[in-house]
Design a protein around this ligand. Structure first.
Ligand SMILES: Nc1nc2c(c(=O)[nH]1)N[C@H]1C(S)=C(S)[C@@H](COP(=O)(O)O)O[C@H]1N2
Ligand SMILES: [Mo]
Length: 389
């Protein structure tokens, strides 16, 4: 469990108006990431049962996140799967019901795809007022190379009927949710995709992560990888796929992982889908002390939904002025882009560093919290406060 420490008092107040939902206040709540990083473990535990683990940001600096550094988001205990008896079932509105073994899958044409997964609850710890849910800082994110069979190939094999509008993905993990809203007894983790998304070439049923068979925590033997969408769509321990002729309204699609959207002028809850454009600062860490009158390399990553990153800007004065960051490699779709900014540090003082990304559609991060996002999709500016000198 996360240790909640008392709010720290700030140094001098800045003249810049705080956003309506000041993230810095929340950022000051905890000690620095470095201080909280356990020595031996490579991930920070936000919950133990089930395991919910995030990456320490300073360790996320490589384009591909090593498997042991990749965050883990579990709703229930990790199921144990006997791969010999395990089958992937495809049923519902299909011409042919299928049962596919692990070996059958390995023998199908494969595709390898780099994709960034971000948990929809990432950065929730910075919300003010505080929201229920796992108190992730900003490390519930990672970028991996996934290998598997395109979901579209499986759907074609089964012959999905024209009446099907969604594809339900069901995991093997199950449990009971006892706090409100309670589940109706034991439920499994399940999410659906609209048929058009399910048929996109990059949506995979993955059995490898960075060249290794999936680890149990990441969904062994098979998981969905839905590039461009928040992590909840990438169902782990996949065992059943159902072609549905009406919208799925399961627990994780209605009571959790939804946002408000105005439809016909009425706020309606809709399932979360695409990741929102976002930049994260990996270094420096909150409250880090950096050398004066020097060049400090501010580094981080930026990612978005079904588009690609076009621009990252950094501010060292709490948002008054912005300068472009440099990409370490040309941005590509579905993967995060690492960036760097050479900050010429002043003589002394306390500074608020901000990063903001813009994608190829011209969508930029908002300065303030979007209240329609409930406790998810936290992508407004999140300052990192550092002391120079
Ligand atoms: N079966 C199952 N799939 C799941 C989950 C889960 O609890 N059970 N969590 C989802 C959520 S919310 C996220 S963010 C990603 C996390 O994937 P990871 O643990 O491999 O990082 O898995 C998704 N798939
Ligand atoms: Mo998530």
């Amino acid at each position: 469990m996360r240790n909640r420490s008392k709010a720290r008092t700030s140094g001098r107040r800045k003249k810049i108006p705080e956003p309506r939902n000041p993230p810095l206040a929340a950022a000051r709540r905890g000690p620095s990431l470095r201080a909280k990083t356990p020595r031996r473990s490579k991930l920070i535990a936000r919950e133990k049962n089930p395991a919910n683990l995030e990456s320490p940001l300073p360790f996320l600096g490589s384009f591909i996140t090593p498997n042991e550094r990749f965050y883990v988001r579990n709703h229930f205990a990790v199921p144990r799967v006997n791969v010999r008896s395990w089958r992937l079932k495809i049923e519902g509105s299909v011409d042919r019901t299928l049962e596919i073994s692990y070996n059958d899958l390995l023998n199908m044409p494969s595709r390898t795809q780099i994709a960034t997964l971000e948990c929809a609850g990432n950065s929730r710890a910075y919300l003010n007022p505080k929201e229920d849910g796992v108190q992730w800082e900003s490390g519930a994110i990672g970028n991996a190379k996934w290998t598997g069979v395109p979901l579209a190939a499986i759907l074609d094999r089964a012959g999905v009927r024209a009446v099907a509008i969604e594809i339900l993905l069901e995991g093997l993990d199950a449990g009971r949710i006892d706090k409100s809203p309670k589940s109706p007894g034991e439920i499994v983790f399940a999410r659906s995709l609209p048929i058009a998304k399910a048929r996109q070439a990059e949506v995979l049923l993955a059995y490898k992560m960075n060249g290794a068979p999936l680890a149990p925590a990441h969904g062994f033997p098979l998981r969905a990888v839905v590039p461009g969408w928040y992590g909840m769509a990438s169902v782990k321990w996949l065992a059943r796929i159902v072609a549905l002729d009406r919208p799925f309204a399961g627990y994780f699609q209605t009571l959790e992982y939804t946002r408000w959207e105005s439809r016909a002028g009425v706020p309606s809850l809709v399932p979360l889908d695409e990741m929102q454009v976002k930049a994260a600062i990996f270094r420096p860490a909150h409250h880090e002390r950096v050398a004066p009158n020097a060049v400090y390399h501010v580094r981080g990553a930026a990612w978005t939904g079904e588009a690609q990153i076009a621009k990252v800007e950094v501010s060292a004065d709490g948002g008054r002025t912005w300068s472009p960051a440099r990409f370490l490699a040309p941005p590509v779709r579905n993967a995060w882009s690492l960036w760097e900014y050479e900050w010429k540090t002043p003589a002394r003082g306390t500074f608020r560093l901000l990063a903001r990304a813009t994608d190829s559609r011209g969508i930029s991060q908002p300065p303030a919290r979007n209240q329609n996002h409930r406790s998810y999709a936290v992508n407004h500016y999140l300052p990192v406060e550092v002391t120079v000198g």
